[in-house]
Ligand binder design. Structure first.
Ligand SMILES: Cc1cc2nc3c(=O)[nH]c(=O)nc-3n(C[C@H](O)[C@H](O)[C@H](O)COP(=O)(O)OP(=O)(O)OC[C@H]3O[C@@H](n4cnc5c(N)ncnc54)[C@H](O)[C@@H]3O)c2cc1C
Length: 393
């Protein structure tokens, strides 16, 4: 098999890249290790920044998003029993949308398959060869047989554990990493959600109440990294959530059936550069951010917007200039997103190693944000617009 761009991974990065390329008349094949039900059922992100929403609209993939997505205009932060309300449209002129990553993935997969474009499930990439030539090859297995995909370019959109980054020359890449010793225990509950995305920094630890729909809440608690989700009974989860959200009368947060639970370990990670020869990496394959800034999915979409434009310029004009600058263009934005996500993590979580003075400084920063419209505008701007790339496409 032969194509112009061989894409590894049918997560947000790979699927958006394939649609963006198709809109420019560029062929691609997506190879995905997992089955379609597995990929479509993976519960992860839920906050779509305007850059992501507008990209879906431009691609004509936003019909269900417009019907079922929720506009989120507020971001709240609680501490000492008080709430800082960030009015996102008032502070930035934009809002974010709530629409599950698995719904985005379902919409993009359906559109790809309906158009009859190649997307191979249970096709696990085992090796990438010839990235320093203009005819790289991707080796993959499907139904127990080995296959080869010849292409002009390889896009490694295959997440943190994928084959893309593994194929980069070790001595050409620098890894930057910080692991946290706590995690997020996340649940989905059939319960009326709070109106705004609400973070809380309490003496008991961090908590977050967010929405997935008008009937489903997505709720998180900071827990030790080695926690087993099954050790948390429903009663224990609700009791801790009420306490951390300062909902003392247990009247504000509606409870309901918990039907999904997962544990997300927190880490910040950047690999640079994001390219070598004809291999280009995007999304979680090259960067992971702690989830507090709701950035990972949106960063992946922004990366492939830059990459698709560079590939379009190459196929249209024969110019490599944008492709050569891909990594530098992306890393400028990526470091800002890592910085914001790490800063928000530092502001909102309890750290075992914090001395009383460090806890005092954390609370003083929240007091400062509470009283400063400029500080609120800075957080809102980074929450909503870091991956916006106006006028890019
Ligand atoms: C619990 C949780 C909550 C999150 N919340 C948010 C949020 O609110 N907002 C936000 O923006 N981000 C959030 N994120 C991050 C977001 O989900 C990721 O950043 C996003 O999935 C990255 O997309 P991607 O396409 O780069 O990688 P992935 O979604 O990981 O996709 C990579 C794909 O490659 C496939 N693959 C891997 N190896 C191979 C191989 N060898 N061959 C073929 N295919 C392969 C995988 O099966 C997978 O389908 C969250 C993540 C988690 C875990």
């Amino acid at each position: 098999m032969r194509t112009q761009v061989g894409i590894i991974g049918a997560g947000p990065a790979g699927l958006f890249l394939a649609h963006l390329l198709k809109a420019q008349g560029i062929e691609s094949v997506i190879l995905e290790a997992r089955s379609r039900p597995y990929v479509e059922g993976r519960v992860r992100a839920g906050v779509l920044e305007p850059g992501t929403v507008e990209t879906m609209a431009r691609l004509g993939l936003d019909a269900r998003l417009r019907r079922e997505g929720l506009v989120d205009e507020g971001l709240d932060m609680r501490f000492r029993g008080r709430t800082i309300h960030l009015d996102l449209p008032g502070l930035t002129g934009k809002s974010v949308m709530i629409y599950g990553q698995q719904e985005v993935v379902k919409d993009l997969i359906a559109a790809r398959l309906e158009a009859g474009d190649p997307l191979l499930f249970e096709a696990k990439v085992t090796g990438i060869e010839g990235i320093e030539t203009d005819r790289p090859r991707i080796r993959y297995t499907q139904d127990g047989e080995e296959h080869v995909l010849d292409c002009d370019f390889v896009a490694g959109c295959d997440g943190y554990h994928g084959a893309g980054r593994a194929a980069m020359p070790r001595d050409r890449m620098t890894l930057f990493e910080q692991a946290y010793d706590f995690a997020w225990l996340g649940v989905l509950a059939r319960a009326r959600p709070m109106a705004d995305m609400t973070y809380s920094n309490s003496n008991r630890g961090f908590a977050l109440c967010s929405r997935r729909s008008m009937q489903v809440s997505r709720l998180y608690l900071q827990v030790p990294a080695e926690t087993r989700p099954e050790d948390w009974s429903d009663d224990r989860f609700w009791e801790e959530l009420h306490a951390r959200m300062f909902d003392e009368g247990r009247s504000e947060i509606a409870e309901g059936e918990i039907f999904q639970r997962d544990l997300a370990k927190l880490r910040a990670f950047v690999a640079a550069p994001m390219q070598h020869g004809r291999l280009f990496l995007a999304g979680d394959a090259v960067h992971i951010v702690p989830p507090a800034g709701a950035k990972g999915l949106n960063m992946a979409v922004a990366d492939v917007r830059v990459l698709s434009r560079a590939l379009t310029t190459f196929y249209r004009d024969g110019s490599c200039a944008e492709l050569d600058g891909y990594s530098a263009t992306c890393l400028d934005r990526i470091w800002k997103a890592v910085r914001f996500s790490s800063a928000l993590t530092g502001l909102l979580h309890r750290f075992d190693e914090h001395t009383p003075i460090q806890r005092g400084l954390q609370l003083a920063e929240l007091e400062y944000i509470s009283g400063s419209r400029n500080a609120q505008a800075s957080i809102a701007e980074q929450y909503v617009l870091l991956n916006y790339l106006p006028g890019h496409d």
